[in-house]
Design a protein around this ligand. Structure first.
Ligand code: F3S
Length: 64
């Protein structure tokens, strides 16, 4: 189990996270990142990390 955090002040809406890993990340109505379920099971850890590494603002942190 891991926990995904998004720094709302850093997220500027690039949208790479939810484009690349839509099983973990979603968009709000302004295109900013939403994580409907921040507690991520091991099966989705790779997806969570993909989103983390794809964000050009460094807004996403995955804590294992
Ligand atoms: Fe925001 Fe980064 Fe995703 S800026 S929308 S968290 S790629």
């Amino acid at each position: 189990m891991a926990r995904v955090r998004v720094d709302e002040e850093l997220c500027t809406g690039h949208g790479r996270c939810y484009a690349l890993a839509p099983t973990v990340y979603d968009a709000d109505d302004t295109g900013h990142c939403l994580v409907p379920k921040p507690e991520v099971p091991d099966a989705l850890l790779e997806q969570a990390k993909l989103g983390e590494s794809s964000c050009p603002e460094g807004a996403i942190t995955v804590e294992e």
